[in-house]
Ligand binder design. Structure first.
Ligand SMILES: C[S@@+](CC[C@H](N)C(=O)[O-])C[C@H]1O[C@@H](n2cnc3c(N)ncnc32)[C@H](O)[C@@H]1O
Length: 250
């Protein structure tokens, strides 16, 4: 195919119509370097995105936790993103999971609901107040207190002290500018076959817009590039919520 190209697959006959649009072959830069520009759109309407987000409904425990988070700088993962985390944790039969950015516990409850019954979530956050509210959510969800290890502190001080190769999953939702370092830590923490996930990987539509170059957006783009280029990672970027990047350590 000459210079790297995104190939447009033929849609299966049962798939919704996929609109594709070949633009002038100007070069642009994707996460892994220059690519020939080919726009692919799904043709889905916003109503379908909302429908998919709400397909797995949240219960009263999660609604109450969202209510507690609403006035705090701890924006929770979307319902679709949470359902994806739960699904991944269940697929991995996860026993040990690390979360960076506890917030008020919404992602933690989703993760715990996918993990094994004897699974332990280790969750790190700078803000003790956020973790206090998260504790309420975990209690209301009925999880035994010994199943959640809440560690207050800065991620890059706490996480390097956790045991390497011991974890099935690492979920990153802390400081966006630290995402490249979280990736490095996740590669150390995960067992072979384990999965790292990054929320906000499309960052309010900024990641896809090359004219946006603020520090958060640039760090997320850098993380996407590092993941794509890493030989032992198998990745997928899901347009769920604000974007959820998942990568398995092979
Ligand atoms: C987006 S919120 C997390 C939301 C949570 N994952 C959820 O879905 O409910 C980000 C959290 O990361 C925490 N945080 C920000 N920078 C951090 C850092 N350097 N180390 C640890 N936690 C951090 C914030 O205090 C905040 O609670």
């Amino acid at each position: 195919m000459g210079p790297r190209q995104r190939r447009i697959p033929d849609p299966p006959s049962c798939a919704p119509r996929v609109e594709t649009d070949r633009l002038a072959a100007t070069s642009s830069t994707g996460p892994a370097g220059p690519i020939e520009e080919v726009a692919i759109t799904t043709g889905l309407k916003p109503a379908s995105w909302s429908y998919a987000e709400q397909y797995v409904a949240e219960d009263e425990v999660l609604s109450a936790a969202r209510g507690r988070a609403s006035d705090l700088p701890a924006v929770p993962i979307s319902p679709g993103g949470g359902a994806t985390l739960r699904f991944a944790a269940a697929m991995l039969d996860a026993k040990n999971v690390v979360e960076i950015g506890t917030g008020c516990g919404i992602s933690g409850v989703w993760l715990m609901r996918g993990m094994r019954d004897d699974g332990v979530l280790t969750s790190v956050d700078l803000e003790a107040e956020h973790q206090r509210l998260a504790k309420t959510a975990f209690m209301e969800a009925g999880f035994a207190s010994q199943r959640v290890r809440l560690i207050p502190g800065a991620a890059l001080e706490v996480v390097p002290r956790l045991t390497g190769g011991h974890y099935d999953m690492v979920f990153c939702d802390g400081d966006k500018q630290e995402y490249p370092q979280y990736l490095e830590q996740a590669l150390r923490l995960l067992r072979t076959g384990g999965v790292v996930a990054f929320d906000n990987s499309l960052w309010h539509d900024r990641v896809a817009d090359p004219s946006v170059r603020d520090a958060d957006t640039t760090a997320i783009r850098e993380t996407l590039r590092l993941v794509t280029e890493h030989e032992s990672l198998l990745e997928v970027l899901l347009p769920v919520g604000d974007g959820l990047l998942l990568a398995q350590k092979r």
